[in-house]
Design a protein around this ligand. Structure first.
Ligand code: B12
Length: 215
C-alpha cells in the first residue's frame, strides 16, 4: 500500500519525480484523484506558502514545489474531468498587462484546478482585450487578475473598464490578488473580491460561484 504522506512530502520538497511516481502508484491502488488533491496536494502547497512567508523557503523552492504539484496534476486532471463531476466553475486567470510575474498566479491556478475548477490560464502581460475575449468565449464564471507591481495595478482597473465596455461585466465575477493588492483596492476599482493567497482564493471562488447561482 502506497504511503500517501509521501506525496505531501514530495511536493513540499519540490521533488516532481517522486510526486509523479506516488500519484501513479496511488491511482493503481484505486485511491481517488479527489482524495489525493484535497488531502495531500493542497495541504502541501499550503505548507510551502507558509514556509515562504516565514522565509524558510525562497523563490527557487516555490518553483520546484509548483512543478511537483503540476507533475501530479498533469495525470490527475483528465481523470478529474472524466469522473463526470461537473466543474466547480469556469475560471479565466492571468497576470495583467505589463507584468511578467507568474509564480503566485500559477499557484492560484493550480489550487483552483485541484479544487475542481476548469481553469484557462492566459499567462502574463495579458491585455484587457484578451481578458474580455476569453471571458466571452469560455463563458467564464470568474476572472482572476494578478499583479505584483504597483505600476501594473492600474491595469486591473483598465481590465474591469474593458469588461464593462464590452457589456460582459455582469456575467462574470472578478477576483484580484498579488502582493501589493489589497481588499480596499478591490473595493475601489469595483472588483467582486480580493484574496490574499492561493488557498483563500479557492474558498473565495467557491463563494463567488455560489453567489452567482443564487443571484
Ligand atoms: C520572483 C520575482 C521576480 C521574477 C519573476 C519570475 C516569475 N516567473 O514570476 C523576475 C526576476 C522576472 C522579476 C522581475 C521584476 N521584478 Co520582481 N519580484 C520577484 C519576487 C522576488 C517574488 C515574487 C513571487 O513570486 N512571490 C511568491 C509568490 C507565491 O507570491 P505572490 O506572487 O505574492 O502570490 C501569492 C499572493 O500574492 C496571491 N496571488 C497572486 N496572484 C494572485 C491572483 C489572484 C486572483 C489571487 C486571488 C491571489 C493572487 O496568491 C499567491 C500564492 O499564495 C518579488 C519580491 C517578493 N518577495 O514578493 C519581486 C518584486 C515583486 N519584483 C519587483 C520588481 C520591481 C521587479 C522588476 C521591475 C525589476 C526590474 N527592475 O526589472 C521586474 C518587472 C518585470 C515585469 N515587467 O514584470 C518588486 C515590485 C515592487 C513594487 N511594489 O512594484 C518586488 C516586490 C521586489 C522588491 N522588493 O522590490 N521579479
Amino acid at each position: 500500500m502506497t504511503e500517501l504522506k509521501k506525496l505531501y512530502d514530495a511536493i513540499v520538497a519540490g521533488d516532481a519525480k517522486t510526486s509523479l511516481a506516488i500519484t501513479k502508484e496511488a491511482l493503481a491502488e484505486n485511491v481517488t484523484p479527489g482524495e489525493l488533491v484535497a488531502n495531500y496536494m493542497i495541504p502541501a502547497m499550503d505548507e510551502v506558502g507558509k514556509r515562504f512567508e516565514c522565509e524558510d523557503y525562497f523563490v527557487p523552492e516555490l518553483l520546484l514545489s509548483g512543478r511537483a504539484m503540476k507533475a501530479a496534476l498533469g495525470i490527475l486532471r483528465p481523470l478529474l474531468a472524466a469522473s463526470g463531476a461537473q466543474p466547480a466553475g469556469r475560471v479565466i486567470i492571468g497576470t495583467v498587462k505589463g507584468d511578467l510575474h507568474d509564480i503566485g498566479k500559477n499557484l492560484v491556478a493550480a489550487m483552483l484546478e485541484g479544487a475542481g475548477f476548469e481553469v484557462t490560464d492566459l499567462g502574463t502581460d495579458v491585455s484587457p482585450e484578451k481578458f474580455v475575449e476569453a471571458v466571452s468565449e469560455r463563458k467564464a464564471n470568474i476572472v482572476c487578475l494578478s499583479a505584483l507591481l504597483t505600476v501594473t495595478m492600474p491595469a486591473m482597473r483598465t481590465t474591469l473598464d474593458a469588461l464593462r465596455s464590452a457589456g460582459v461585466r455582469s456575467d462574470v465575477k472578478v477576483m484580484i490578488g498579488g502582493a501589493p493588492v489589497t481588499e480596499q483596492y478591490a473595493r475601489e476599482i469595483g472588483a467582486d473580491s480580493y484574496s490574499e493567497n492561493a488557498s483563500a482564493a479557492v474558498a473565495t471562488a467557491r463563494r463567488l460561484v455560489g453567489e452567482a447561482a443564487h443571484a
